[in-house]
Design a protein around this ligand. Structure first.
Ligand code: ADP
Length: 480
């Protein structure tokens, strides 16, 4: 198939979270299967620094409300995927993908409206006639809307289906009404079955209304966003009306990047056969690196996360502190300044038992996944979650809340012929989390621990099954 993909982040080029992992891995898998995959990304400043040598630049005119603007298109071929970077320095040559210093960029409406239109114009300019257009999250929701509004009769897109993947309903891309006209839309789009969302324009809704097929990243989350207002953010009615077009497909993990037997960031590599010894060496090294007491007898709890309300770490702090005589904690996280301060204060109070690293640091994340005994992810909601799957691949037992993809991947009792692989608590419930931590800490010293480690490492977190599901849906969208 000829697959046109548009996203606002993708590894290895730019990343703020799981979206980048998913777009990077999925496009690569599709390319490896022989599909013709063309990925469009904004050319952020961080990409400017990366080598685009050998790439071809195409000039492009993108129609916008006030007239056409000149946009550059840089090209790179990587592992079976043609990657095009939309180059518009005024919008993308700056610090931060969506914001800087804890504040969203004020012109995100114009930035991603331009990007969305540039994807379609770009595909035409390079002569890429897609069978399917796969778009991700609010940043590219307008691609679906543009397609229906402005390219309906364009032969270049005749027969092209559009699939919109929702990675997180919590981010809707809501902007004042003026964004409608600025984005190239008119009053006919200002309605409850158009782009209007409680008096604002929602780019996410643009994707939900206009795409042929919708997917999200786990079966549980697909159900939750149709049923509950605090998961559907007011769009649950619309989503349930589109129920027959909405599918939950669990994300996979990039097995090459996340492989403890080949991970160059680790002091000692290991596999399922020598996990206990390998993890002990990694734990000792991380304790040393972080100034933690060298305690092999206490479980080391790891957190690698955006610091955000969604992740429930504020609740976790209360449950963790009274238990720090029985465990240690290492946290890698950036985001919310008040959560940052709370973890810094905990580190000051409990030096030797707690280490907090406030940056985005990929190699350090690898070392935490390997060295920890327990991986903590107490999310209030979690569309899919990659952290718990990566942790299991590294033999680290997850303690998670029973929601979304966490619910679909972690089980405390044997399930489908597989041993228990983690511990679960109710989302948003500190007392239940404390009980789950107690069960995990007690189990660490018991014979029941090694089977949990083994069950996690034996889990199938590959993309294979999910890629087949995406392809089925792509074909349905193209044939509609
Ligand atoms: P989300 O997309 O909501 O942030 P996921 O669990 O789906 O959560 O994906 C998070 C991804 O981002 C994982 O690959 C995780 O290792 C990575 N990550 C999160 N925070 C950091 C950080 N501070 N440094 C390095 N990697 C991080």
């Amino acid at each position: 198939m000829k697959i046109l993909v548009a996203a606002s982040e993708a590894v290895p080029f730019c990343k703020t979270g799981g979206l980048a992992d998913v777009v990077g891995a999925l496009t690569q898998r599709l390319g490896a299967l022989g599909h013709d995959v063309c990925l469009f990304l904004p050319k952020y400043r961080s990409i400017r620094a990366a080598s685009l040598e050998g790439g071809i630049a195409h000039p492009l005119k993108v129609p916008l409300a006030g007239g056409a603007v000149d946009v550059g298109l840089s090209f790179l071929h990587r592992r079976g995927v043609s990657v095009y970077f939309v180059d518009y320095p005024l919008y993308f040559d700056r610090e931060g993908l969506y914001g800087n210093a804890g504040k969203d960029h004020e012109d995100n409406d114009r930035r991603f409206a331009l990007f969305s239109r540039a994807v379609l114009e770009g595909a035409k300019a390079i002569g890429f006639k897609p069978d399917v257009i796969h778009i991700h999250d609010w940043q590219t929701g307008l691609v679906a809307a543009h397609l229906k509004r402005h390219y309906k009769n364009d032969p270049h897109f005749a027969g092209a289906g559009c699939v919109f993947t929702i990675h997180n309903m919590a981010y809707q891309g809501n902007f004042p009404r003026a964004a409608l006209e600025a984005g190239g839309f008119g009053p006919e789009d200002w309605s409850s079955d158009g782009l209007e969302y409680y008096g604002q324009v929602s780019y996410l809704k643009g994707g939900i209304v206009h795409a042929d097929k919708l997917t999200t990243v786990s079966s549980s989350y697909a159900r939750e966003i149709q049923e509950s207002p605090d998961r559907g953010f007011g769009l649950e009615g619309l989503l349930s009306r589109r129920s027959k077009d909405l599918y939950g497909i669990l994300n996979g993990v990039d097995l090459e990047t996340w492989d403890p037997s080949r991970d160059a960031s680790l002091i000692r590599k290991y596999g399922p056969g020598d996990a206990a010894a390998g993890k002990a060496a990694c734990k000792e090294a991380l304790q040393r690196e972080c100034g933690l007491e060298a305690r092999g007898d206490r479980p080391l709890i790891g957190v690698v996360s955006r610091l955000d309300y969604q992740k429930g770490l504020d609740i976790a702090l209360g449950a963790l502190e009274p238990r720090l005589d029985r465990c240690q904690l290492v946290v890698l996280g950036t985001g919310d300044p008040s959560l940052t301060e709370m973890f810094s204060a905990l580190e000051r109070r409990r030096a030797g038992a707690v280490h907090f690293h406030r940056s985005f640091n990929e190699p350090f994340a690898h070392r935490i996944y390997a060295a920890s005994d327990i991986f903590l992810m107490p999310s209030r909601f979690e569309p899919c979650g990659l952290g718990q799957m990566i942790a299991m691949r590294y033999g680290t037992v997850p303690v998670v809340s029973r929601t979304g993809g966490l619910n679909d991947t972690v089980h405390e009792e044997p399930r489908d012929g597989q041993d228990a692989n983690g511990f679960l608590c109710a989302p948003g419930d500190g007392e239940d989390l404390a009980r789950a931590l107690d069960r995990a800490i007690a189990a660490f010293a018991s014979p029941g621990w090694a089977p949990r480690v083994k069950a996690g490492m034996a889990g199938d977190f590959s993309w294979d099954r999910s890629v087949d599901r995406y392809l089925e849906i792509f074909r349905e969208a193209a044939a509609r």
